[in-house]
Design a protein around this ligand. Structure first.
Ligand code: ADP
Ligand code: MG
Length: 335
């Protein structure tokens, strides 16, 4: 075969492999867009675990009708316009590829109405058709029949129950990190949860139906970073990692990070017996210039400018939270 440029649809389908693994990825990307749009209310609806349908509606800033086709185009974003902006990005999105990727593997429509617009407009990403649409201000993205054009990928999806579990978990992580936003999740005809705006602590307790007496507050800050969250009392720690609640957020983004997990584990080292696993829900806030989130398309990994300082902050805060009695608390970051 001679060398040739790939057609756009194929480019998008290839790129979609990195962004869209399963319905949960769609929930995450769409709800993150809603958060970036300043939404105060986000409603997520799933059908058949999200395999048949994921629909996310918000009351955010909306998209002008003239920009709707760009919203689903690849490498089109309203969130950054320069390398400088990339290095200090505070929005969840910035790569401008999620909607294009999702549109490549689902049947996607996006309807939007900016506050000042008299009515909404709806774009069908496949046909390009743009039609007036009656809606409240905000945006509604509706994705149907995941992978129906990519049967090889559809085969990797699990049962609707399993996919629903992962999709609801994705929503839960976002709701945990954004307690000031009202959330609603429905699956088929059932309400999964509905949460009014609340404090971070109330949101945490509501989402996990947990007893506050089992947890300790962890808190520490340095000029460059702040840690806040809850760690389990060692005697309530679970037997296995599967049962443990282990949530780590960096600047409101759920991440997997070995360094941070290790900082937690080490703080528990002397107080946890056998194979018991710590549970924790931790929110780390770092100046955006000191952390690189552009490591992977799903942005679930981060790189810290000064990993040692972050390790000490997290480790110290948890060790202090777990200490039986704090006699003379040593302010962190003053050593
Ligand atoms: P990114 O979030 O990286 O910019 P996306 O493909 O997710 O890329 O979205 C493309 C653009 O579409 C966004 O930059 C934003 O301008 C617009 N957009 C997407 N979803 C919404 C939404 N829910 N509300 C307002 N604007 C949105
Ligand atoms: Mg996005």
């Amino acid at each position: 075969m001679p060398i040739q440029l790939l057609p756009d649809t194929l480019i998008n389908q290839i790129a979609a492999g990195e962004v869209v693994e399963r319905p949960a990825s769609i929930v995450k990307e769409l709800a993150e867009n809603s958060l970036d749009a300043g939404a105060t209310e986000i409603a997520i609806h799933l059908e058949a675990g999200g395999i048949e349908r994921v629909c996310v509606r918000d009351d955010g800033c909306g998209i002008p009708a003239s920009e709707l086709p760009l919203a689903v185009a690849r490498h089109a974003t309203s969130k950054i316009d320069s390398l400088k902006a990339l290095l200090s990005v505070t929005t969840k999105g910035f790569r401008g590829e999620a909607l294009a990727a999702i549109a490549a593997v689902t049947h996607l429509t996006i309807a939007s109405r900016p506050r000042e617009a008299p009515h909404g407009m709806k774009l069908d990403a496949r046909s390009g058709e743009l039609t007036p649409y009656a809606m409240a201000p905000g945006t509604e993205v509706d994705c149907r029949a995941l992978f129906d054009t990519v049967p090889a990928r559809r085969k990797f999806l699990k049962t609707p129950q399993t996919e629903a579990h992962h999709a609801i978990e994705a929503a839960r992580r976002l709701a945990l990190a954004h307690p000031q936003v009202a959330w609603q999740v429905t699956h088929n005809d059932k309400l999964v949860w509905r949460l009014a705006p609340q404090s971070a602590e109330a949101r945490f307790l509501a989402l996990f139906h947990t007893d506050p007496a089992e947890w300790r507050l962890a808190h520490a800050e340095t000029p460059a970073a702040q840690l806040l969250g809850w760690v389990i009392e060692p005697r309530f720690a679970r037997e296995s990692a599967r049962q443990a609640l282990q949530y780590l957020f960096v600047n409101g983004r759920a991440v997997r990070d070995r360094l941070l997990a290790q900082a937690v584990r080490q703080a528990y080292h002397d107080v946890l017996h056998g194979h018991r696993q710590p549970s924790y829900v931790l929110f780390l806030t770092v100046a955006p210039e000191l952390v690189d989130v552009n490591v992977h398309p799903a942005k679930s990994e981060v790189r810290f400018r000064d990993p040692n300082a972050i390790f000490r902050l997290v480790n110290g805060a948890i060790a202090q939270a777990l200490a039986p009695t704090v006699v003379f608390p040593q302010p962190l970051g003053t050593e």
